[in-house]
Design a protein around this ligand. Structure first.
Ligand SMILES: Cc1ncc(COP(=O)(O)O)c(C=O)c1O
Length: 396
């Protein structure tokens, strides 16, 4: 039996009526740019995540650009992130003229390692003449951007403590993590997008909450920053044709907003189904005796009692001889993918940063070993058994 990596048609069947009703209403109104459908989605995302403000954008990438521009981050600045993430995280930092600075990931979670972040801030940065924190290249460190990779929130207590110590804002890359919960040591359940000073989500179609094309959303804590992000989203325009800043066209389409508004009420059930699938995989891999050959994803917050402790945007295992295993699974009709085969510090476009192989060993190792298996909510138990069986065969 072939099992695809993702089949969005099954999800569409669940929301089709509501999506079509909303789309029809929008078509009748012929109001496609911003307006009530976008505001409805922004309010729903704000309420769902508990963030202060939510601003719809044309993609996750554009949401991040709007945030960086709104924070005035540009030439002479630096933002700290990890090299094991989708390109846009660091691409946007470079696009606004700032220096992307990488710290390595934690091997178990694939997320920014707070110990390495601390080492970087303490040992590799220095204070400039005005006391501001500078990178070795002389750029001013302006923000820390941890990435909640694959749907599990970073260790935000430890990252937040370092951010406070060095007086830096945190921008969450929550592109893959809408709805992911974090059990903060304050005793509060916090949700991705509502932890740092600013954050953003991607609604790329394959995301847990996916649009019918590109879409994204910026979130932030303070009203002043929200106003700046809104300004940047629409050509820096306050009053009509009065441009206070040079922004861009980063507006979310109203058509995408109505699709997302129809899907959002289903999101928690879809997250739960993804977690159920992850638990089924564990059972199957255990039965097949594979646990000493493959490494399963960890669930660092499972015991905390928060609901969406992992939302499994991707279900990523580590396997020996990954490329061979991938070939065998593909030949057997099992959808699988590599996120991400080349860590960002080794990408051609970042050659000017001067990194070489060996600089971020955990990111490089993850890029060699990781393999994403199908995890979408509508997978059946039979399909999961099929994938597990095919993986067992591919490992022999
Ligand atoms: C970690 C991460 N950051 C940023 C992005 C960019 O989002 P988008 O594709 O919506 O521009 C993505 C989405 O692919 C992502 O997974």
């Amino acid at each position: 039996m072939a099992v695809p990596l993702l089949d969005l048609r099954l999800q569409y069947a669940q929301v089709k009526d509501d999506v079509q009703r909303r789309m029809n209403a929008l078509c009748e109104s012929q109001h496609f740019i911003l307006g009530p459908p976008v505001e409805e989605l922004e309010t729903a995302v704000r309420d769902y995540t508990g963030c202060g403000h939510a601003i719809g954008a044309s993609s996750g990438t554009d949401a991040l650009l709007a945030i960086l521009m709104a924070m005035g981050i540009g030439r002479g600045d630096a933002v700290i992130t990890t090299p094991y993430t989708f390109f846009a995280t660091a691409g946007c930092i470079q696009r606004v003229g700032a220096e992307p600075v990488f710290v390595d990931i934690d091997a178990a979670t694939y997320n920014m390692d707070p110990v390495k972040l601390g080492e970087y801030l303490r040992k590799k940065c220095h204070a400039g003449p005005d006391g501001r924190l500078l990178t070795a290249a002389g750029n001013r460190v302006r923000a820390i951007m941890p990435v909640h990779l694959f749907g599990c929130v970073c260790d935000m207590d430890r990252i937040g403590a370092l951010a406070s110590e060095f007086d830096l804002p945190v921008i969450e890359d929550a592109a893959q993590a809408i709805g992911a919960d974090y059990p903060s040591s304050s005793g509060k359940r916090l949700r991705a997008g509502a932890i740092g000073e600013a954050s953003y989500f991607s609604f790329f179609p394959s995301k847990n909450l996916g649009a019918f094309g590109d879409a994204g959303m910026a979130t932030c804590r303070e009203a002043d920053l929200a106003a700046q992000i809104k300004l940047m989203r629409n050509h820096g325009m306050g009053a009509q044709y009065h441009h206070e800043k040079v922004g861009g066209n980063f507006r979310i389409d109203a058509l995408q907003a109505v699709v997302l508004s129809a899907k959002l009420p289903h999101l928690d059930a879809w997250h739960a189904a993804r977690r159920r699938n992850a638990a089924l995989y564990r059972e199957e891999f255990t039965k097949l005796g594979l646990l000493d050959r493959i490494t399963l994803p960890v669930e660092p917050y499972a015991a905390s009692g928060v609901k969406n402790h992992h939302i499994y945007h991707q279900y990523v295992v580590r396997v020996p001889d990954r490329d061979k295993v991938r070939e065998k699974l593909t030949a057997a009709g099992i959808g699988c993918a590599v996120y991400y085969p080349i860590p960002l510090h080794l990408q051609e476009c970042f050659a000017s940063l001067g990194h070489s192989a060996g600089d971020f060993p955990e990111s490089e190792k993850a890029a060699r070993e990781s393999l994403a298996l199908p995890i979408y909510p509508e997978l059946t138990a039979d399909q999961i058994r099929e994938v597990a069986g095919a993986l067992a065969k591919a490992l022999t």
